[in-house]
Write a protein that binds this ligand. Sequence first.
Ligand code: F6P
Length: 323
Amino acid sequence: MKKIAVLTSGGDAPGMNAAVRAVTRGALAKGWQPFAVRNGYAGLLAGTIEPFDARNVGGIVQQGGTVLGSARCPEFVEAAGRKKALSNLEKLNIEALVVIGGNGSQTGSASLVREGLPVVGVPSTIDNDLYGTDVSIGADTAINVTLEAIDRLRTTASSHQRAFAVETMGRDCGYIALMAGIAGGAEVIALPEQEIAPAQVAERLRAAHQRGKTHALVEIAEGARCGVRELMHYYEEQGDSIGFDLRVTRLGHVVRGGMPGAADRVLATRLGDAAVECLARGESSVLVGILCGEIASTPLGEVAGRTRPAKAELLELARVMAM
Ligand code: F6P
C-alpha cells in the first residue's frame, strides 16, 4: 500500500482544510494510507506525523485556518534540517509528500525534490502570487473579506463626508488590494508593484472632493510604498487642503481568518485531489494549479523562488471607474 503525507505550510489561508480533506480522501479512494504532518515543515523535523482516515477530516471543509497547524520554519532552509525531515518520513515508509502552501513553502518542496523525495505542491496563499497557477487557495475569500470592510467603511465615509484608507494584507504582492479595490470602487489603490507617493494619493483625493464626491476610499496593500502611515503623516502636514477628513483602518490578519467561501472550497477540493492523481501517474515534483481554467502542473523547479505580480495595468481601469 502506498503511503503519502500531507502538510500545510506558511501563512494559513481559508480553504487549506478543504485541500487536506481532498488529499486524504483522494488517497484513501486509491487504497493508499495517508498521513498528516502537524505544524508544517517544523512537524516534519519534529516527527509529528500520524496516519489519517476519512473521519479525521470530517467536518473541516468549511473551517478556516488549518487543522494541521502551520509554521514558518527557518531550520528547514538548512540541508541538515531537511535530512532530518527525510529520515522521519523514511522511518514510516512514506514515499511522497503533498505540500499545501505558498511561495516559501513550494521553494521548500523543490529542495526536497532535489534530495530525492517525490513532492506535489498545492498552491495556497491569500496573496495569489505563486507562479504556475492563475489562482491560489485563499485569495478569493481574502478579497471578499477586504471587500466587505470597504463596503462597510464606505457607508460611514459617506455619512460623514470622509476619506478612508483601508490597509489589507499583501507584503510583496498587491493582488488582494487590487481586486478588492476594483470591486469596491476605490478612488485610489496603492500596491507594492507600483510607484505611488503620498502626495499623488492626496492629489487624487483632493480632485475627487473637487468633483463633488462625498466620500473616498483608498485601498492600500500592506507592502505599498505609500503605506497608511506615510499617507497619514502627509495628511497631518497638509491638513484641510485635501478636502476630506481622513481615517485609517488596518485589517491585518482579519483578512486571512474565518470560513472559506465556496470558490476556495471547490478550488481546494479540485487541487487536493489533482495532487493525488499526479502521484498516481508517477508525476511528482510539480505544482498543481489552474491555468486558463484547467488543472495544469508546472515543475516545482520553475515555481521555486519566482513570484507572479499583481496586474498593475488594471490600476488604470480602477482610475477611470473612480471618475
Ligand atoms: O503570505 C501571506 C501573508 O498573509 C501576507 O499577505 C502577509 O504580509 C504575511 O503573510 C503576514 O505574515 P505573518 O502571518 O507571518 O505575520
